[in-house]
Design a protein. Structure first.
Length: 57
């Protein structure tokens, strides 16, 4: 009976402090990238010059 209650579990990567810190750091990285993309989308203007613009013709 004791043997049946012991289920083989994988490593608890999300339960230990290192796993939680890793998950939280990935959350901050994704949030920062989302903020950069949002800022780029909100500040877009078709009148801005691009790297293929050679100036006025």
């Amino acid at each position: 009976m004791a043997r049946s209650s012991q289920v083989a579990k994988g490593p608890m990567i999300w339960g230990n402090p290192v796993g939680r810190a890793w998950r939280e750091s990935m959350l901050w990285v994704v949030a920062a990238l989302a903020f950069v993309v949002l800022a780029a989308l909100l500040s877009y203007s078709p009148d801005d010059p691009s790297f293929t613009d050679t100036g006025e013709v």
